[in-house]
Each structure stands twice: as C-alpha cells, then as structure tokens.
Design a protein around this ligand. Structure first.
Ligand code: NAD
Length: 407
C-alpha cells in the first residue's frame, strides 16, 4: 500500500470548500488557511458565514478561534454562498452533509444536486474532491456523471476522519486517505493534503470509501459491544464498572475496550447503515450494533419505570449534546431519553453547559435541585466531580466520582 510522508508542499494557492461553514468544513478551512492557502468558504447557510466573518465559531471546535482570528487578520478567507462564486483557479472540496433516508439508505441526490449546481462554474481540468462520507461507488459514479455532461474534471475522494470538536488537532495528526479516478487526480489531491496532513495513504476510490465506512462502523460496533457487556452485567445485578476496570487493568489486549455509553451523533449510526445498504442489508454485526446502541436508552427507561414510581418523580438529564464537551445535539440519544421518559415521569428537566440551541434547557443547579433522579447522558468534563447530594444518578459511563450512582 503506497503511504508517503510528503515534505514537498504545493504552492499555497486558492481553494474552495463547499459546505465550508459546517462541522467538517470549518476545521478544514482553518487548517488550509493556517498552511498559507487562501480559502473560499462556500456555504448555503449565510448566517453561519456571518458568524465566521465576525470572528466567531458557530459551534465548539477546540483551537478554532485562534486560527480563525489569524486567518481573518491575514485576509485568507472569502465567504460566498452561491455556486457561481466558487473559485475556478484551485481545487474544490465538497464537505456537505450526506444523510440516509427513511429506508436507512443513502441519498445520492444530495451529492448530485450539489454537483449539478457547481458544474457550470467549474473550469475543465479543475480538481474536485469529495470529502463527505459517501456510499461506495459514488466517486466513480461522479466521474462518469461529469464525463457524460461533457466535462473534464479531476475527481478525487479524500475522506474526513477526525473526531468532531477536535478537528484542528486531529487534521495535523491523522493520516489522510487519498484516492482519485485518475493518476492525475490522485497525485494532485495527495499534494494538496500533504500541506496539512502528516502522512498520505493512497488507495483506489472504492477502497477509500469503504475504509471510511469501516472505520466508523467498527467504532460503532465497539461501542455496542461495551454497551451489551454493560446490559449483561446489569441484568445479573452487577456493577459493570468494576468488571470493566478489572478486565482492562494492565491487560494490553483489552486496552481499546471503550466505556459503555450513549453512542450517538450524526455519523456512526448513519455510516453503519450506509454500509449495511451497500452489503444488501447483510451486515449483521452492524445491524446488531444498532439494536444494542439504540435500544440501550429504552432498556434503561424500562428498568427505571419498574424500579421507581416515575409518575411522581422529576427526572433530570445531564448533557444533551451527542457526546462530551461539544455543543452538537444532532442525533443525540439524550433526546431519545427525554421522549421516552416523558411517557413515564411527572417531569423531565434538561441541562447542558455547551448547547445553545435548545430553549428548554435549564441551569445545572436548577435541574439538580428539582430532580428526584438524574441521568448522566453526556459525560462533559465539568460534570465529573459534581456533588449531587444524595440524589440517585444513572451513570452508564462509569464517569462520576462523587455521585450516588445506582446500578
Ligand atoms: N461531523 C463530523 O465530525 C464528521 C466527521 C467525518 C465525516 N463527516 C462527514 O462529513 C459530511 C459533512 O458533515 P458535517 O457534520 O460537517 O455536516 P454539517 O451539516 O455540519 O455541514 C455541512 C455544511 O454544508 C452546507 N451545505 C449543504 N449543501 C450545500 C451546498 N449545496 N452548497 C454549499 N453548502 C452546502 C450546510 O449549510 C452546512 O454548513 C458528512 O458526509 C459527514 O458524514 C462528518
């Protein structure tokens, strides 16, 4: 497998990032700007562009503020929202969302609509890089589609693999998988990413597409394994944290066993389902992982409903983001908890120190003071040493140090 650490850097010219105001787009834009590029931040969401232009980030991206201030000061960013405003002089990287539909199948139309809008404004010979996570075969399909329209573009797929909120740091540390439909596309994409990535790994487009999906599905299955272990221990009346600690202690082969917890967010389940669709719904491990990860919430609700008179109780949910120390609520299982508990409890109160988009959130102190029972949904660092009095807390994660955790 060709893998290179490239030292030769491309001329830092201009590039366009479509979806440049999104979760993948912003760290990418800022990393390229930091590497000396001028970046055209193209996004249909004008409000997000205004926030960026004003020197603020629309969501938590650790280390992003300083890079944004530097990029704005050095006048490296332009903000555009129409396809006609993309730059014809440099590469175009697509980072738009790629959802799945009600049948849990990918929606290729999203990519096609985006390309249809861009095509009249792209110059022949230009490098077009897909970075969104796509259904295997999409890159080759795109190459054929462009050719059928009589256009000659260099088409590449270079997946994003950073963890949300840590993109700036991880882009510097994560090998970049690069693929192209021609040698020229592949080489040009490799040169471009060598400016920001520590290492380039070159494979064919479908291999790159599958590598990205396998990365995410594997992670999702790992979480499901931990969650199923947790449920097995719980059903046996045992404290899984003690077992988890014992099995990992100085035992290298268990080093990577994750903590149980809510496995949510916009990518892991979606990408596992894309892979299932690609495998003709024969991805039994992936489907089983979904049953476990999505079922965990309902299992805990059921268990609490059996053990407590919830209809007389107020339940407080700590952490509504889909994971720790970020503000993103997309596909957060905290909201599945909220809905499921609403069927049982007298009241459900919610709080989160990061989330700014949910008007129902209350200050932490209020939620703690008013709740008869608490559930740790997102293990934000700020919660670790919380003194919660004697209020019982469900802590799937095994995260809290001073709480009255119930098994
Ligand atoms: N969020 C992550 O951490 C992460 C990590 C790796 C891969 N991915 C993948 O990256 C892709 C993007 O995810 P995201 O979380 O950044 O989504 P996002 O919704 O945060 O960002 C997408 C951005 O694209 C913009 N957009 C949509 N259509 C557009 C168009 N036609 N022209 C210009 N702008 C347009 C949106 O306004 C939005 O700002 C998805 O395929 C996702 O699976 C995400």
């Amino acid at each position: 497998m060709p893998t290179t650490t490239m030292s030769a850097r491309v001329d830092a010219g201009e590039l366009t990032v479509i979806g440049g105001g999104g979760h993948v787009g912003i760290p990418l834009v800022l990393s390229f700007a930091d590497a000396g590029f001028r970046v055209n931040v193209n996004d249909v969401n004008r409000a997000v562009l205004e926030v960026l232009r004003a020197g603020r980030l629309p969501f938590v991206e650790h280390g992003g503020e300083a890079l944004l201030a530097k990029a704005l000061k050095e006048e490296r960013l332009t903000f555009t929202s129409a396809p006609a405003d993309i730059s014809t002089g440099g590469p175009v990287i697509i980072t738009i969302g790629t959802p799945i539909d009600e049948f849990l199948n990918p929606v290729r139309r999203v990519v096609q609509d985006c390309i249809d809008a861009l095509l009249p404004h792209l110059a022949d010979g230009q490098l077009l890089i897909l970075r969104s996570t796509v259904f295997p075969g999409t890159t080759e399909w795109l190459d054929g589609y462009v050719k059928r329209k009589g256009r000659d573009l260099k088409v590449a797929f270079c997946p994003e693999r950073v963890v949300q909120g840590q993109g700036i740091k991880e882009l510097r540390e994560t090998p970049q998988i690069v693929s192209g439909t021609t040698a020229a596309a592949q080489d040009e994409a490799a040169k471009l990413f060598a400016a920001i990535a520590p290492e380039i790994v070159v494979v064919a487009p479908k291999e790159a597409e599958l590598a990205k999906l396998f990365n995410n599905a594997y992670r999702y299955i790992e979480f499901a394994t931990a969650n199923q272990f947790y449920l097995i221990a719980k059903s046996a009346g045992l404290d899984y944290r003690r077992i988890h600690d014992a099995m990992k202690h100085n035992y290298p082969r268990a080093r990577t066993v994750p903590s149980p917890g809510l496995s949510a967010g916009p990518c892991l389940v979606k990408d596992t389902m894309q892979l299932a669709a690609f495998a003709q719904n024969q991805f039994s491990l992936g489907n089983a992982a979904m049953l476990v990860n999505e079922g965990l919430v309902l299992h805990i609700c059921d268990d609490l409903a059996r053990r407590y008179e919830l209809s007389r109780m107020t339940v407080g949910l700590l952490g509504m983001a889909f994971k720790a120390d970020i503000d993103d609520t997309r596909a957060s299982l905290s909201y599945k908890f909220k809905r499921a508990l609403a069927n049982h409890a007298d009241a459900v109160l919610t709080t989160d120190p990061f989330v700014t988009t949910d008007p129902d959130l209350l200050p932490l102190d209020d939620v703690v003071a008013r709740s008869d029972l608490l559930i740790l949904c997102a293990p934000h660092s700020a919660y670790r040493d919380l003194e919660l009095g004697g209020t019982p807390v469900v802590d799937i994660w095994g995260f809290l140090t001073k709480a009255n955790v119930i098994r």
